[in-house]
Structures are given as C-alpha cells and as structure tokens.
Ligand binder design. Structure first.
Ligand code: AMP
Length: 440
C-alpha cells in the first residue's frame, strides 16, 4: 500500500464535482468580466519567485519546493500563480499600448511546504485573476467587484471586504522607517518571528497573531499618516467607488498580506455564515506597482489581482450547506441477463448515449435481482432488461423505475419510445433526464 505524500489530498467523486462546480462558476464570472484564461507551467525558475513574492516572505524563505533538475537549473514548483502569469504576459509581449489591459484568469495547483493542518495543504488549488495595464483606481475596484460577484454567485452572503492601503514605494519607505523606530523600542518583549520580521520586512509585524504583540501593534504608527498624496487620493477614489457599488468594507490598517509585491490597495473577503460562524478570509489580493517591471516588463505598467483557495471555498461551502444537490442519477441501465447478450447490450447502450440518454450497462452479470438493485442504487430512471425472449424477438423490456410499470418495446423503436415517455412525463420531477432535445 502507498500512502499520500504528507500534506496532499485526493479530490474524488462528489468532492471532485464540488471543485468543478466552484471552478466553473468562478471561470464564468471572470469570462463575464472579459478575462481570458492563462495556463502557465507548474515549474518556473526559482528566481522568479525570489524576485516577485520576495526574499522576505514566508513563502520564499520556508515554503518553496525547490530542486535542481538534471541540467543543474534551480526549479521551483509554483507557490502561487501571479508571478508565472505576469512572466507569461511579459514574455509573450502582450503589453503593447494598444493591447492593454491584459485581463488574465487562471486555475490550478500550487505547492507550499507548510505545516499541514485543517484546510492547509502542501498541494492546493487556486483560482485568480490579474489585470495588468495603466493605473486607475477604478481598475482595482473592478477587480474587487469581480471577486465580490464571484463569491456571491457561489452563494456567499454577508461578505465583508477588508481593505487597506499600504502605499506606494515612497509611502512605504517613510512608514517602514517610523515603524522600525517604534518596534525597535519594544522588540525585546516580542516573539521570535517578529524579531526576524523586523529585519526582513518590518510591515509584517503588523499581522502578528501573538496577543501580547498585538497590544504593541495597536499603538504603532498608522500607515494612513504616511501615505503620499497620490496614494491617499487613489485610496479615497477606491473607497468612494466601493460605496457607490454598494460593496461594504472595513478598513484594517494592519492588513499587509504576506507577499512582497503588493503596494497601495490590498484586500481580503471575510465570510460570516447566517448562523454567525466566522470563517475568516476566503481570498486575498491587491495592487502591484513594481511587479511587472521587476519581471522584465515595461515600467509604466501596473496591475491588480486576487487569488481564491479552492479547498477553502469547498470546505466552507460544505460546512455551511451552500452546495445545491448534485444530480448523479442516470436515465437508463441496460441489463443483459446472460453474458452472451453483453455485446448486444453495449450496442443498445451506445445508441441510447448517442441519443442523449445518460446510460450505464451491467457487465458484471449478477442475475435479474442483483441488476435491478444496482439500477436503483444508480438512481436510474429506466431499467432495460435483455433476456432470452427479448433477444429472440429483437425487443427489450423497459421498466420505469419511478412508477414500477414495464413494457416490451421493439428495439428499432426504443429511442422514439423513450422520447415519447419523456415528453409525457408529468411527475413534476425537476431533474431533466433527457438531454437529447435540449434546444426545444
Ligand atoms: P495567498 O496566495 O497566500 O494570498 O492565498 C490566497 C488563498 O489561497 C488563501 O486565501 C487560501 O484560501 C489559499 N491558500 C493559501 N495557502 C494554502 C494552503 N497551504 N492550503 C490551502 N489553501 C491555501
């Protein structure tokens, strides 16, 4: 027996249906905002992430799956997709003035060597978007509203947008100096992580979760007092626009996010269920001023994006009963009562499928009773019985498992017979078993 690699999980059966549903829904909303799909490699040069996600981030410092390939290149399994998508946009020269903005969405696996815990995996999936082009605060608002609508369409109500402005480079340089002064005086009593953050990226101290450190953070200088006029003005526009769109938000001056490429607006959507359960952040994102340039693109181009954890969405939706019943029933179950009729059964099953009936066929041969049991287990609407008499007379017995009636039908007429039955079906069932005449 082989075990799963630590921190990985199988997504199978109904769980896989849930993931597909979430991904398809997110993709539909992104397409509706005129975003296009980007599929970039899972492996990238390690340096891409060092330069973008940043040397001071936890991801780069501790969590990357990095190895040397046989050509002695340093390769990393992507810990997130923004860097790869921007690299792809730059490499493919998609940023010509007439072509911007580039609106990209992506979905796929990411890898982080984290301590596995509830909802945290070493391989997990993200959906996200990147909008890259000329700067406008309304682009940020557009990205935030896309995220908002996507979550709404999935069924999340009571979303809370948590937002902050961490300023442009100039704002941040000033602010970091002030923070270093402030935290320098308290550092002795702070946690080991904070001591490390002090040197690497002092901003990260702001999201320390240690209660005694949070007390110190409470009295720290606030970013809003150090924003340049331009950053301040942009943030005001974003807030006003969100007000106009009716997207409620809360400003959290300690929200900095763990990736180094962010600047100005950063955000998360938090969710509290109707039962009052606080699930915390479902996704996160923000604006980036220098990332495109850092990766070799033009200077004047900036972007904004967010990423949603599919695992996180699936677990919250399951927990909070946000999934609709997934219909796993079938239309027809073909039952050859003898192994010698299996060839004929496959022929019939194929014809049914080609005519729009979702069909399965029994090739295990467990006798009529066993096969009927299986038909019920599969929630089949019809059982199609192929016995000795039927083979002789070129017919098949169609048993309607909903009302327990059955009729012998000439094989040449099986499709029209089932079509007619479907049209007559007045049982009020809302599941649409028959897909063949969908356009009617
Ligand atoms: P980040 O790229 O760190 O901003 O994360 C964006 C989203 O990805 C988070 O809100 C999580 O839902 C999800 N996520 C990040 N890391 C993991 C992980 N190790 N396992 C599962 N989901 C994750």
């Amino acid at each position: 027996m082989f075990n799963l690699v630590k921190g990985t999980h199988d997504v199978i059966l109904t769980e896989a249906d849930k993931y597909s549903y979430i991904e398809q829904t997110l993709i539909q909303v992104a397409e509706f905002f005129n975003y296009k799909e980007f599929r970039t490699p899972i492996i990238e040069q390690s340096e891409l992430f060092q330069r973008s996600v940043g040397d001071s981030s936890d991801i780069v410092r501790k969590e990357m799956y990095t190895f040397f390939d046989k050509g002695e290149r340093s390769i990393t399994l992507r810990p997130e997709l923004t860097a790869g998508v921007i690299r792809s946009i730059v490499n493919n020269k998609l940023l010509a003035l007439g072509d911007i903005p580039v609106k990209a969405y992506y979905v796929g696996p990411c890898f982080r060597y984290e301590r596995p815990q509830q909802g945290r995996y070493r391989q997990f999936n993200q959906f996200g978007v990147e909008c890259v082009g000329v700067v406008s605060p309304y682009r940020d608002v557009e990205v935030i509203s896309l995220c908002y609508f996507a979550l709404k369409v999935l069924g999340f109500e009571n979303l809370k947008l948590v937002i902050n402005c961490i300023g442009d480079e100039e704002s941040r340089t000033n602010y970091k100096n002030v923070l270093r002064d402030y935290f320098g005086k308290h550092l002795d009593s702070m946690c080991a992580d904070c001591k490390e953050r002090y040197n690497l990226n002092v901003l990260r101290i702001l999201d320390c979760k240690v209660p005694t450190d949070q007390e110190i953070v409470k009295n720290a200088p606030k970013i809003e007092d150090y924003l340049t006029d331009k950053s301040k003005e942009n943030f005001e526009k974003v807030k006003k626009s969100l007000d106009e769109l009716g997207i409620e938000y809360e400003i959290d001056t300690n929200l900095v996010r763990g990736l180094d490429y962010y600047s100005d607006v950063v955000f998360e959507f938090h969710y509290t269920s109707s039962k009052g359960l606080d699930y915390g952040a479902l996704c996160g994102g923000g604006h980036y001023n220098k990332l495109v340039q850092e990766i070799g693109g033009p200077h004047e181009v900036e972007g904004c994006g967010f990423a949603i954890g599919i695992e996180r969405i699936a677990s919250v939706m399951s927990d909070d009963n946000l999934f609709n019943e997934i219909d796993e029933s079938i239309d027809c179950y073909v039952m050859p009562l003898d192994v010698t009729y299996q060839g004929k059964a496959i022929e019939i099953a194929t014809a049914l499928r080609l005519n729009g009936f979702k069909t399965d066929v029994n090739l295990e041969g467990k006798g009529l009773k066993g096969m009927l049991k299986k038909a019920l287990k599969l929630s089949s609407k019809y059982a199609l019985i192929l016995g000795e008499d039927e083979i002789k007379t070129n017919t098949i017995v169609v048993k309607d498992l909903t009302n327990e009636t059955q009729e012998s039908v000439n094989l040449a007429e099986i499709i029209s017979y089932l079509d007619r039955k479907e049209d007559e079906c007045s049982c009020g069932c809302d599941h649409h078993h028959h897909h063949h005449n969908d356009e009617e």
